[in-house]
Design a protein around this ligand. Sequence first.
Ligand SMILES: *[C@@H]1O[C@H](CO)[C@@H](O)[C@H](O)[C@H]1NC(C)=O
Ligand SMILES: *[C@@H]1O[C@H](CO)[C@@H](O)[C@H](O)[C@H]1NC(C)=O
Ligand SMILES: *[C@@H]1O[C@H](CO)[C@@H](O)[C@H](O)[C@H]1NC(C)=O
Ligand SMILES: *[C@@H]1O[C@H](CO)[C@@H](O)[C@H](O)[C@H]1NC(C)=O
Length: 352
Amino acid sequence: MSSLLQRRSLRNPSSWNSRKSASFMGPTTLVALLSMVVIVGVLGPWAWAWGWGWAWGWAGVPQGFSLTSKWAHYSLQEALSLVAKNGSVIVCIVSEPYLPFLNNWLISITMQKRQDMVLVIAEDYASLHKVNQLWPGHAVLIPPVLDAEAAHKFGSQGFFNFTARRPSHLLKILELGYSVMYNDVDMVWLADPIPYLLGDHDVYFTDDMTAIKPLNHSHDLPPPGKKGRPYICSCMIFLRPTDRAKLVLKKWIEELQIQPWSKTVKSNDQPAFNWALMKIAKEVDLYLLPQAAFPTGGLYFKNKTWVKETKGKHVIIHNNYIVGFEKKIKRFRDYGLWLVDEHAHESPLGGL
Ligand SMILES: *[C@@H]1O[C@H](CO)[C@@H](O)[C@H](O)[C@H]1NC(C)=O
Ligand SMILES: *[C@@H]1O[C@H](CO)[C@@H](O)[C@H](O)[C@H]1NC(C)=O
Ligand SMILES: *[C@@H]1O[C@H](CO)[C@@H](O)[C@H](O)[C@H]1NC(C)=O
Ligand SMILES: *[C@@H]1O[C@H](CO)[C@@H](O)[C@H](O)[C@H]1NC(C)=O
C-alpha cells in the first residue's frame, strides 16, 4: 500500500488533490491511514516526515511539502530515466563520510560539463536526502541499507560489505538497458574521459600497477602478476549493457562469494574483479584504457619525472595508494586537486 501511494505521489503529484473529493474516512482512507501509522513506526523519521507530507497534501495543503522525503521510494529505474544521457550514466557509490569527496569529484566533472549524467548511489538515507535536497533526482538508494558506521574503515568487514555491493548495483543498471561508468569518489577529472571509450567493447578499465608502460601499450587485459591475477582497478569501469558485460559482473559477484571477507585476508572487492576478468577474458571483449590518461595514484603521486613526461595526457587522477581521509585530502591539496576549497560554488551540491 505504502509503495503504491508513494509511486502515485511521484508520478502524478496532482492525484493528491483529486483524493480530496473521496469521502472522509472511507475504508480506503482508513487502510491508508493505518499503513501510514505502520510506516511511521517502522521506518522512522523520514517516513514520519513523508507521512505528514502525505496527510497535509491530502488535506489540501499546497503541494511540495513532502518533496524532501519522497526520495525514500525513488527507484533506480526512475532515477536512470531522469539522469541518463544518450542511454549512459556516470555513477559513484557513497555513504555519508564520503560526501566531501563526492563534492570534490563532482566539481571536477562539472568543469567537463558532464554533471547532468551523474547519478549518486547512496548507501544511507542521510546521503540520499542530502544530495537530493540540493540536487533533486541525482541520488538513489538501492535497498537494503547497510551499516554506514562500519562501512568506511578500509579493510574492515563493513568496508567489504560496502564494496561488495558495487557489482550488483552495476548489474542492475545494465539490466535496465543503460551503459554505465563507475568512478570511486577519491578521483578527480582533469579532462572528459568519454572520448577515450573508443570502439564497441563490453568493458573498459584501468590498470592499478605502478610499472611504467610505453604510450602505445596493448589494450588487452594485462597478464597475471605475482598473485596469479592482474591488478586491474575496480575504481573506474565502463560497461555497455551487453550480455557479455553482464557476465563479467555476475562472475565478479560469484568470485566475491567464493572468497568472502576474513580477518586474515582483509580484502576489498578488487581481487575478485580481477579473478573474474581473468577467468572470462576469452568470452568478453575487454579494453584496457591508456595508462598516461588513467594512471594509478601509485604512479601519478610518486613519480614526478613520469608526470612531466606525460604532461597534458592525464584524464582522471585517482588518490589511491594511501589510506585515510585526512591523508587523501592533504595530498589532493598538495597537488591543487582539492577543488572544494576554491570551486565549491561550481558544484551542483553548492557548498554541501
Ligand atoms: C550517443 O550514443 C551513440 C551510440 O553510443 C554515439 O555514437 C553518439 O556519439 C552519442 N552522442 C552523444 C551526444 O554523446
Ligand atoms: C556484512 O555482511 C555479512 C553477511 O551479509 C553480515 O553477516 C555482517 O553483519 C555484515 N557486517 C557489517 C559490519 O556490515
Ligand atoms: C610500440 O612501439 C614500439 C616502437 O615504435 C614497437 O616496437 C612496439 O611493437 C609497439 N607496441 C605495440 C603494442 O604496438
Ligand atoms: C619514473 O619515471 C621515469 C620516466 O618515465 C622512469 O624512467 C623511472 O624509472 C620512474 N621511476 C620509478 C621509481 O619507477
